[in-house]
Design a binder for this molecule. Sequence first.
Ligand code: AQP
Length: 343
Amino acid sequence: MTDNTPAYSGPERVFSGMQPSGDLHLGNYLGALINWVGLQDTHDCIYCVVDLHAITVPQDPETLARQTREIAAAYLASGVDPERSIVFAQSSVPAHFELAWYFNCTARMGWVERMTQFKDKAGKDAERASVGLFTYPVLQAADILAYKATHVPVGEDQKQHLELSRDVADRFNRDFDRPGFFPLPEPIIQGPGARIMSLKDGTKKMSKSDPSELSRINLIDDADTIAKKIRKARTDTDPIPGTEEGLEGRPEVDNLVGIFAALSGRSKSDILSEFEGQGFGAFKPALAELAVESLGPVTNEMRRLMNDPAEIDRALESGAERARAISEPIMDEVRQVIGFWRP
Ligand code: AQP
């Protein structure tokens, strides 16, 4: 459908975000955050705390403000440099609200109805879900395209939403006969951490909103908590296989091996050859040690930043200013393209 669209010829730009809807976990870190850090070397990057997305489900106001700072602290602690990259809270840049409305008028009901995340999150009682939860992926398209971002590093769960962003951009370009006006953003989904599953159920993704604390490792967990969660992670009684084929039908084991690979920067098959034939009594302590060693510096830096929120606030304020400076001229162009009256 999009093959013949003349290409966007503007600069490459990276955009991504995370919701302040709970504590960030290992899935957010390995699926997205570590890729964000690396992309700073090659691209102009914009990293947003997506508080407008968080309020698609009820949030306590004080907690929302604290968690917004906490997510920003996690970005900085993981290595996002607020001088090189733009770090800000979504609600402080008006372009997100405005473009979301235009895109609500561009996206088609049928496209949004197909989104599996809405079905998962709304559950059986979709009638009672907010309209915002339904149009969440349209707001996501606005987030990206308010900056004409070309690349979006995310975990695998966001693939379908990114396809919708491409459709929205393409539809806008066609409806207003402005080929190449918006880029068709490309997802960057990479590495063995692209889909980290729950520690309690290898068929469900690790998620902030899972009611079980034991299902995830949070970035703010201390060493003992991490070790306990890994010790209690669900496994089976068979030994570790020697090849990736041996992981088939063993989703929990596959997940733990994937986490080991992502944290160590090694391949799954390399990990399997090291642990082939061993039981979880040997594997789990090794994984816990690796997780503590990898996440410890991030946790400590997050704690330091949370004890001095002024540093976080400075980064968010200057990031918002820089984000507005990029998005405002784009919004002027968009209003002109749509044909709004101006004196
Ligand atoms: N389990 C995961 N494995 C790999 N990547 C993941 N991401 C989320 N979970 C995993 C990636 O993290 C980024 C930010 O996600 P988000 O905060 O916008 O919300 P989400 O995708 O809805 O994540 P959660 O943790 O499941 O939150 P809740 O429970 O609030 O919905 C995205 O790039 C995502 O792909």
